[in-house]
Design a protein around this ligand. Structure first.
Ligand code: AMP
Length: 349
């Protein structure tokens, strides 16, 4: 057990790290953030900050010496340099990163566990693209295998001719058929060091332009019906990975049942509502899990919960707070840019 007073290392310096550090502080832990970007909104609320490149093994090793446990708030941390960190310090383990960093291995991994992703084809070279689009059919979405997030690295194709001229990057692409879904939802679970698993209620997630716009509970009936099967798959993923911490799996609810979209080996935007909307938040339970503490109750505390992201320009703060039911979270990011997550508002009702 890693006791309060110890230092938790967080790889990545964004808002997820910030909210993790706040939850860790409440339990009496100190956080040490490692990020290549010097403007880190997580470092701002943490005891220590190492600003160094992901490939700087000496910096990673020195960072690890200061930490009792090391976790991630960003799933695209390069895995090879993490060999500089003693393996017993990392929670979750790097296998979860390896799987989630590559859309192709993620889909294959999930299929092996009985899950069903959207129809897809791997595209490793320019000359494979046309055949892949024809095999899967249109409409569909071309996605980079690596480094995509918030709809980045994705192109929608309405006809096979739109694939002409696309250059396949070195890491390859995946072409996915467009899923006709009734709703999107996520399974958010936490798994402790002893293998205990708890689930939060699954929110109904609405995306705009590939970015999460809102998460609402209770989710519509079609989601509620598909949650048991989705949870079974998410738990199988966690167990196959020997996972410790919060794991998020995103699904499409379709007329044919749940379709796996993607997984995140970390706390997730669709779980931000748990800060006020659940007895124990995803952030606190992630800290409890990686530190080997008993997990907190994940029950939802209100009949209705809505989390809305603040993307790009932040509306006037006084106006937002004129609704006394609004819980405002601002991430402290200096510059508002199109598509940038600046904060979120949660309302319980
Ligand atoms: P992703 O980053 O792959 O989760 O994509 C972001 C969002 O784009 C998803 O949450 C969906 O709203 C949409 N999307 C991605 N892939 C598909 C697909 N194969 N079919 C339908 N919608 C998709």
């Amino acid at each position: 057990m890693i006791l309060p007073g110890s230092t938790i290392g967080i790889l990545g310096g964004g808002q997820l790290g910030r909210m993790l550090a706040v939850a860790a502080a409440q339990l009496g832990y100190r956080c040490h953030v490692y990020s290549p970007e010097k403007d880190s909104v997580a470092a701002e609320v943490s005891a220590k900050f190492t600003c160094a490149e992901w490939h700087d093994r000496a910096a990673l090793s020195a960072f690890a010496q200061d930490c009792a446990v090391v976790t991630y708030e960003f799933e695209n941390v390069p895995v090879a340099p993490l060999a500089a960190i003693p393996v017993e310090l990392l929670a979750p383990g790097t296998r979860a990163l390896e799987v989630a960093q590559d859309r192709l291995s993620e889909k294959r991994f999930v299929e092996d566990l009985g899950g069903r992703p959207a129809p897809y084809a791997a595209v490793d070279a320019d000359e494979e693209l046309q055949a892949a689009v024809e095999r899967v059919g249109v409409p569909g979405i071309l996605k980079t295998r690596r480094d995509g997030y918030d709809g980045k690295g994705q192109w929608r194709l309405a006809s096979p001719s739109e694939a002409a001229g696309v250059r396949v990057p070195g890491d390859g692409l995946v072409y996915e058929g467009l899923v006709r879904f009734e709703a999107e939802f996520s399974v958010i679970l936490v798994r402790g060091r002893d293998g205990a698993v708890r689930f939060w209620d699954s929110p109904h997630n609405v995306h705009a332009g590939g970015i999460l716009a809102s998460s609402t509970l209770p989710a519509p009936a079609i989601v509620a019906q598909q949650v048991p099967a989705a949870r079974k798959l998410a738990q199988a993923i966690a167990e196959a990975l020997g996972y410790v911490g919060v794991l998020t799996v995103e699904f499409f609810a379709t007329a044919q049942g749940p379709v796996f979209n993607e997984m995140a080996p970390r706390v997730h935007n669709s779980g931000h509502w748990t800060i006020e909307g659940a007895l124990t938040s995803q952030f606190e339970n992630h800290v409890r899990a990686i530190c080997g503490l008993p997990l907190g109750d994940t029950a939802t505390v209100a009949g209705r919960v809505e989390m809305a992201n603040l993307i790009g320009d932040v509306p006037h703060v006084a106006e937002l707070l004129s609704d006394p039911a609004a819980h405002l979270h601002l991430y402290g990011k200096g510059e508002a840019r199109e598509g940038r997550k600046m904060g979120h508002v949660t309302r319980l009702g």
